[in-house]
Design a protein around this ligand. Structure first.
Ligand code: UD1
Length: 357
């Protein structure tokens, strides 16, 4: 029997893949897990495998960092060999990171079907590397698993036949719901000496942390916010240098810490007063946790978190106003939540992957 090849590479892939891998295991499907090593720090990778109960990858390519072209090219070269050896019946890719793109292109050229989980999201902003990855991956995928209804329209507009697209819900939310029973914010609060209300912030997008002017504008607002309530910032390695240079340092109400593991981060997020982020997944998670979320971006590929959730887009100068509106009770969010975000997306996807075994 040819295995299903599950492909992960970077932090946001792990929580999307976990429920699919578990559900496929429950069905007795043969799978091979390949980690590209795009994220390689213990805190960006290893910790998630133990936290989410994902088996250790059978193959780790250790690709590491590099320019987009170099990273993608190195990945494609290694993946071509892996796919030829494993001979998978289908390659399952997740989200929009460079590993997703590299695997989709390589598999398509070897005539191996690609299944894309989280297909059809569009920010319509091609300055985002992830948008390029989304468009190319979807164009090459044979089966497209959508997390959100508007994705179906986007794919239809790009000529994808509707019979290849399946609205399955959101596996990242499966992971969130499964972890809920383990949520405990006390240990991290104790470690940080954090009491009562607080802002939780993550920033790593190139548009925010690769541009010194933007970073300075954001940090200025974070410092103003920290005069009202503590701001906790688990810092992605990407933003470290520029944000620190822009003045984002520990002290005066700002707590800059290392990235947290999944359960620890989600525990803290579930009790945050406000979340300030530029992450895609966090927009979705805060929506289901009913935590107000300010997204420091001009657009989002996840508009459903605004129309059916707690998310709001802000520019850097809007950060303090957004936080104040939560504190003074004038923040209002829609009550409906996205359809099928019910914790069962992994089962639905595994059910459809069955045809390849
Ligand atoms: C990647 C994804 C992004 C996702 C993010 C989540 C792409 C194009 N981007 O961005 O969509 O939101 O992951 O984290 O794939 N680094 C480390 N240790 C690591 C990983 C990265 O120090 O384990 C540093 C390196 O300096 C590296 C930089 O972070 O150059 C960027 O890493 P990279 O994998 O290129 O993209 P991310 O910014 O992490």
């Amino acid at each position: 029997m040819q295995p299903i090849l599950q492909l992960v590479g970077a932090r946001p892939n792990f929580m999307k893949a976990a429920p699919v891998i578990h559900a496929a295991d429950d069905r007795g499907l043969k799978q091979t897990l390949v980690h590209t090593g795009q994220h390689y720090d213990t805190l960006m990778s290893d910790v998630f495998f133990s936290d989410l109960g994902i088996p250790l990858p059978e193959i780790n390519l250790g690709v590491g960092s590099g320019s987009h072209a170099r990273q993608t090219a190195t990945l494609m070269t290694s993946l071509e060999e892996v796919f030829a050896n494993v001979e998978p019946s289908v390659v399952v890719v997740y989200g929009d990171v460079n590993s997703t793109l590299a695997a989709a292109v390589t598999a398509a050229k070897l005539c191996i079907p690609v299944a894309h989980v989280e297909a059809g999201l569009r920010s319509f902003d091609r300055t985002m590397p992830e948008e390029v990855n989304r468009v190319v991956t979807d164009a090459l995928s044979e089966v497209l698993f959508a997390t959100s209804p508007e994705a179906i329209g986007h794919l239809a507009n790009e000529g994808v036949s509707p019979d290849r697209v399946h609205l399955v819900g959101n596996p990242m939310i499966d992971t969130l719901f499964a972890a809920r029973a383990r949520f405990d914010d006390e240990p991290v609060r104790e470690r940080l000496n954090l009491h009562g209300d607080f802002v939780l912030s993550t920033l790593h997008r190139p548009s925010n942390v690769d541009d010194a002017d933007v970073a300075v504008r954001i940090v200025k607002q974070i410092k103003l916010a920290a005069e009202l309530l503590p701001v906790v910032v688990p810092l992605h390695p990407r933003g470290r240098e520029l944000l620190s240079g822009a003045g984002l340092v520990d002290g005066q109400g700002v707590r800059v810490i290392d990235p947290l593991g999944y359960t620890e981060f989600a525990s803290l997020m579930s009790v945050a007063t406000v979340v300030l982020t530029d992450s895609g997944g966090i927009q979705e998670e805060t929506t289901m946790l009913d935590v107000p979320c300010l997204t420091v971006r001009p657009n989002t590929e996840r508009p459903i978190t605004i129309t059916h959730g707690t998310n709001r887009l802000v520019d850097p100068e809007g950060i303090l106003n957004g936080i104040t509106s939560v504190l003074d009770g004038s923040w209002v969010a829609p009550v409906d939540r996205p359809p099928l975000w019910d914790g069962r997306a992994g089962e639905r996807i595994a059910g459809m992957l069955h045809v390849w075994t």
